[in-house]
Structure formats: structure tokens, C-alpha cells
Design a binder for this molecule. Sequence first.
Ligand SMILES: Cc1ncc(COP(=O)(O)O)c(C=O)c1O
Length: 376
Amino acid sequence: MTISTYESVYVNAFGAPSLVLDHGQGVYVWDTDGNKYLDLLAGIAVNALGYADPTMTEAMTEQASKLSHVSNFFTTEPQINLAKTLLDLLASEGGKPGKVFLANSGAEANEGALKLAMLHKPGGKFVALEGAFHGRTLGSLSITYKTAIRERFNQIAGCEFIEPTVESLETLGDDVAAIFLEPIQGERGVVPLSEEFLLKARETADRIGALLVVDEIQTGMGRTGRWFAHTDTIQADVITLAKGLGGGMPIGAIIATGEAADLFTPGSHGSTFGGNPVVAAVALAVLGKVKDLLPNVQKTGAWIKTELEKAGFAVRGKGLLLGIEVSDAPGLVAELRAKGFIANATGPDTLRIAPPLIMTPEEFEPFIAALVELRK
Ligand SMILES: Cc1ncc(COP(=O)(O)O)c(C=O)c1O
């Protein structure tokens, strides 16, 4: 199978893909020509356990051999256990009790969060941040900042984008239904929100009676060395998750806490596949392993940051979600690819590093050497 075949059969939504990938093992992935790559992107912060993790395969095959799908007229043990596990993880970081809705992707989780906000304050407007990315479905796209991808499809009138500053929060009034934020703005270039801003966002949401929705789709489930990237500073009313939660299986989740937990009633939301037992069983297996990987994420992430700073690079982010300032990031991605590394540019001057959470300093080391050689 070649890329020219892809181009003749697949819509041109992404441009031509650069590789046809065949298989992976741990932090490495191989293309169909047999070339091996060190994966510093993990399918954009998804493959938490890397490739071909046996625990995932076991959970998948065991559940698939029992039940693959049941519809929402029924439930299954994996669905219930996953919801309970997510609530327990949130409680372990000081979060409020709540309830879970399982979806199939990050954008879908944000769609549900938008509905919660609409039920919370009918007619209220949405506030999102400049630089925000919340997804490509019509609702989630309406709270995504980048005009180039939003403009032609904007559906929700009345979404206000504000700069992530304390002063802009002070201007908000009680016509706001929800404030959406990402603790680290991944697509903007791995830009963390300040502690001061997060505290003010919580205070503002309380002042104006809005829901504070924290999008942890890229940052959550161990990526920053914690289960949630915001809980060391504030607690949210609604949290959305996806990406790493399934370790590569399609999943999204909404955790609605406090009063928001009871906003959905029969008829207000649904999904044929959301809560799928195979996907939920795999997510449970992933979370079981990520629990033991949190110290590695903290240690390897800190080591990478220190080494890169020693080599003269400016680095943003936390744990294994890092942005490295470089010149001509897209050009660098291509140069790195030729040397056997998969990384990603979030803009002209930022290289995003979001490797599998199993990455060790020894495995990462050759990337630093290559980066120094290419951009010193
Ligand atoms: C912060 C954030 N929110 C939402 C999404 C959308 O998730 P999905 O692509 O699973 O719909 C993404 C994906 O990149 C994301 O990074």
C-alpha cells in the first residue's frame, strides 16, 4: 500500500501522510519499508503504553471473546468499573464526587460538556481562551480559537475568546454559562496556564455562576505525571478526557462533578458506542499500568527538560508533554524523520514532545544528540 493509493481513496483532510506505519514495539514503530523510528509523539499524546503492550492486548481479546457491544439499554462491568475508577482517580487528587459519561473521542466529550453548560444556564454564552483547541465537531470547533479551521463552520454564536489573563476574567459577567480551558494549551505550542490564571478562573466561575470546564484531553491520565494537570491548583466542575485514557482505543469521557453531575436526564445525551465494553476494558488495563508509570513520567520528563536546557534550548510544559523552542520547526520535523525520529511541530517555532509514558532517559538520549546536531 502506497501513499499515492491513500491519496486516491482518502479525502484530503490531512494532506499526504508522510509514512505508512506497519507495527510497533514499546517506544519504537516501523514503516512498511522496514524503517525504524523512535516515537516522540505517541499518536499525539495517545499511546500511553507505547506499542503492542501485552496487557492491552490481553484485556482487548479477553473482553472481545465475551462481549464487544451491548447498546445503552444495558451496561457492562467494564463500563461501570471505568466510570468508578475515573471518579476514584479524581477523588485521589482532591476532586469533588461526580458522575461519568463515556464517549468515543475528545471532541465528543467536549460536545457533551457544552450541552451540560447549556442545561446549567440556558441561553448563556461560552468563554474559551485564545489559542484553545477543543476539537473538530461543530460544537467543539466553535470554542476552538484558530480561525483558519473554525471560521467556515462556526455553529455556536456567542462564544467569546479571551486572552488567558486575570484581567480578561475580570470582565466576565453572569451571562456566561461556562468557561473552557486546557491547563496546558497543547495545540498552541505546549503553553501552560499560570497558577494565578487558574485560581482566578475558578474564582470567576463561582462569581458569575458559570461551569468551569477543564479540557484534560491532552494533559490528563498521567501525561504530566499526575492523573489531572489542574488538580494541584484548582478543582473543575466538569472535566473532559480522551487520548491517553484508551492508550490507543477510541474513547472520550466527561466527568461532571457537584451539581453538574445531575444535569443530564434521559433524552439529553447519548451515544451508540460510548462505554463500549472492549474499549472500557482496555482503558482500565491502561490506567492500571499508568498508575505505576507516574513516577517515570515525572523523572524522565524532568530529566529531558534539564538536558535540553543544558544544551541551550528553551522548554515549556510538564512531565512528558513538552514544547521545545526551535527555529523552523516543520523543517526540523522532516530532518528528524530522516534520522529515525517522529516528532511534531505545533507551529513555526515549537517542537512538541509527547512520547509514550514508558519512555526512559536511555531511549530518549539519541533524540537529544540529534537535536543538538541539527539545531546547535
Ligand atoms: C485539548 C484537546 N481537546 C480536544 C481534542 C479533540 O480530541 P479528538 O481529536 O479525540 O476529537 C484534542 C485533540 O487534539 C485536544 O488536544
